[in-house]
Design a protein around this ligand. Structure first.
Ligand SMILES: [Cu+2]
Length: 112
Protein backbone atom coordinates (compact mmCIF):
# COMPACT_ATOMS: atom_id res chain seq x y z
CA UNK A 1 0.00 0.00 0.00
CA UNK A 2 2.73 2.37 1.00
CA UNK A 3 4.85 1.62 -2.05
CA UNK A 4 1.88 2.02 -4.36
CA UNK A 5 1.02 5.35 -2.80
CA UNK A 6 4.54 6.64 -3.17
CA UNK A 7 4.71 5.62 -6.81
CA UNK A 8 1.39 7.25 -7.53
CA UNK A 9 2.42 10.49 -5.88
CA UNK A 10 5.74 10.52 -7.69
CA UNK A 11 3.98 10.05 -11.01
CA UNK A 12 1.49 12.76 -10.15
CA UNK A 13 4.18 15.28 -9.25
CA UNK A 14 6.17 14.43 -12.35
CA UNK A 15 3.13 15.13 -14.50
CA UNK A 16 2.46 18.46 -12.81
CA UNK A 17 6.04 19.59 -13.11
CA UNK A 18 6.29 18.69 -16.77
CA UNK A 19 3.09 20.40 -17.76
CA UNK A 20 4.06 23.43 -15.72
CA UNK A 21 7.56 23.80 -17.13
CA UNK A 22 6.80 25.29 -20.57
CA UNK A 23 4.57 27.96 -19.05
CA UNK A 24 7.35 29.10 -16.75
CA UNK A 25 9.92 29.08 -19.53
CA UNK A 26 7.95 31.66 -21.50
CA UNK A 27 7.57 34.11 -18.67
CA UNK A 28 9.39 37.41 -18.99
CA UNK A 29 9.60 37.50 -22.77
CA UNK A 30 7.10 40.31 -23.01
CA UNK A 31 7.32 43.50 -20.95
CA UNK A 32 10.98 43.94 -21.86
CA UNK A 33 10.29 46.31 -24.74
CA UNK A 34 8.27 48.58 -22.51
CA UNK A 35 11.20 50.47 -20.99
CA UNK A 36 10.22 54.01 -21.93
CA UNK A 37 12.74 56.07 -23.85
CA UNK A 38 13.92 58.86 -21.62
CA UNK A 39 12.75 62.19 -22.94
CA UNK A 40 15.66 63.78 -24.75
CA UNK A 41 16.33 67.16 -23.23
CA UNK A 42 18.42 69.59 -25.23
CA UNK A 43 20.08 72.82 -24.20
CA UNK A 44 19.64 75.96 -26.21
CA UNK A 45 19.32 79.71 -26.19
CA UNK A 46 16.24 81.72 -27.09
CA UNK A 47 16.85 83.93 -30.11
CA UNK A 48 13.35 85.06 -30.86
CA UNK A 49 9.85 84.62 -29.48
CA UNK A 50 6.68 84.94 -31.53
CA UNK A 51 3.77 84.42 -29.16
CA UNK A 52 1.09 85.29 -31.70
CA UNK A 53 2.28 82.49 -33.98
CA UNK A 54 3.24 80.17 -31.09
CA UNK A 55 6.76 79.99 -32.41
CA UNK A 56 10.17 80.21 -30.85
CA UNK A 57 13.56 80.47 -32.46
CA UNK A 58 16.24 78.56 -30.61
CA UNK A 59 19.93 78.12 -31.04
CA UNK A 60 20.06 74.49 -30.08
CA UNK A 61 22.57 71.77 -29.39
CA UNK A 62 22.36 68.27 -30.84
CA UNK A 63 18.83 66.92 -30.99
CA UNK A 64 19.70 63.27 -30.60
CA UNK A 65 16.14 61.99 -30.84
CA UNK A 66 15.77 63.74 -34.22
CA UNK A 67 19.28 63.12 -35.49
CA UNK A 68 19.85 66.87 -35.88
CA UNK A 69 23.06 68.70 -35.13
CA UNK A 70 23.27 72.10 -33.48
CA UNK A 71 21.82 75.10 -35.33
CA UNK A 72 19.51 78.07 -34.97
CA UNK A 73 15.97 77.44 -36.12
CA UNK A 74 12.32 78.17 -35.43
CA UNK A 75 10.07 75.66 -33.69
CA UNK A 76 6.38 75.53 -33.13
CA UNK A 77 5.42 75.32 -29.45
CA UNK A 78 2.89 72.82 -28.21
CA UNK A 79 1.27 75.35 -25.91
CA UNK A 80 1.65 79.14 -26.16
CA UNK A 81 1.78 79.20 -22.36
CA UNK A 82 5.26 77.73 -22.63
CA UNK A 83 6.34 81.15 -23.89
CA UNK A 84 4.88 83.08 -20.95
CA UNK A 85 8.04 82.95 -18.89
CA UNK A 86 10.44 82.77 -21.82
CA UNK A 87 12.70 85.73 -22.51
CA UNK A 88 14.92 86.38 -25.46
CA UNK A 89 18.50 85.50 -24.55
CA UNK A 90 17.49 82.92 -21.92
CA UNK A 91 19.46 79.73 -21.75
CA UNK A 92 16.93 76.96 -21.78
CA UNK A 93 16.47 73.24 -21.56
CA UNK A 94 13.79 71.93 -23.88
CA UNK A 95 12.36 68.86 -25.54
CA UNK A 96 11.23 68.61 -29.13
CA UNK A 97 8.95 66.08 -30.77
CA UNK A 98 7.39 65.76 -34.19
CA UNK A 99 3.72 66.64 -33.83
CA UNK A 100 1.61 66.39 -36.99
CA UNK A 101 4.80 66.52 -39.02
CA UNK A 102 6.04 69.75 -37.43
CA UNK A 103 8.95 70.00 -35.03
CA UNK A 104 7.32 71.14 -31.84
CA UNK A 105 8.75 72.21 -28.51
CA UNK A 106 6.90 70.17 -25.92
CA UNK A 107 8.65 71.46 -22.81
CA UNK A 108 10.75 74.49 -22.08
CA UNK A 109 12.44 75.71 -18.94
CA UNK A 110 15.03 78.33 -18.23
CA UNK A 111 18.44 77.23 -17.00
CA UNK A 112 20.19 79.33 -14.40
CU1 LIG B 1 17.62 72.32 -35.85
Amino acid sequence: MNAFNTTLRAAFFAAVCMSGAPAFAQHGEHDQHMAAAASDTTEGEIKKIDKAASKITLKHGDLKNLGMGGMTMAFRVKDAALLDKARQGDKVRFTVAKVDGALTVTSLEAVK
